[in-house]
Design a protein around this ligand. Structure first.
Ligand code: FES
Length: 113
């Protein structure tokens, strides 16, 4: 997968995943979840990135202004978890616009399917 990089957009956006403390490079337009999975970081994504679980829950420690603004479905989904904080995002919904971004992977387990 990492061999298919288009020459016009090298993966230039730095994303750091805590508590692993691993920094990777991702493409503009990738989600935080994409950035993790493309770089071998096991991040939960039970619903497959469809905004219907909260297993990809992260908190953004730095660089929230480098992410796409939260849309209503993400906001509503996050409202279903008690673990939500002011800086919560869903890893599969937040798009990387710029970097660097630092997130803590929380990965809620959600038994209400
Ligand atoms: S993977 Fe389910 S909401 Fe992100």
């Amino acid at each position: 997968v990492t061999e298919e990089l288009p020459p016009f957009s090298p993966p230039a956006i730095q994303v750091t995943f805590l508590p692993l403390n691993i920094t990777v490079k991702a493409h503009r337009g990738d989600t935080i979840l994409d950035a993790a999975l493309e770089n071998g970081i096991q991040m939960e994504h039970e619903c497959g990135g469809n905004c219907t679980c909260t297993t990809c829950h992260v908190t953004v420690e730095e660089g929230d202004y480098n992410l796409s603004p939260m849309q209503q479905p993400e906001d509503e989904r996050l409202s279903t978890t008690d673990a939500r904080r002011e800086n919560s995002r869903l890893g599969c919904q937040a798009l990387l616009r710029n970097g660097p971004v630092v997130v803590t992977v929380r990965g809620d387990t959600q038994p209400d399917e």
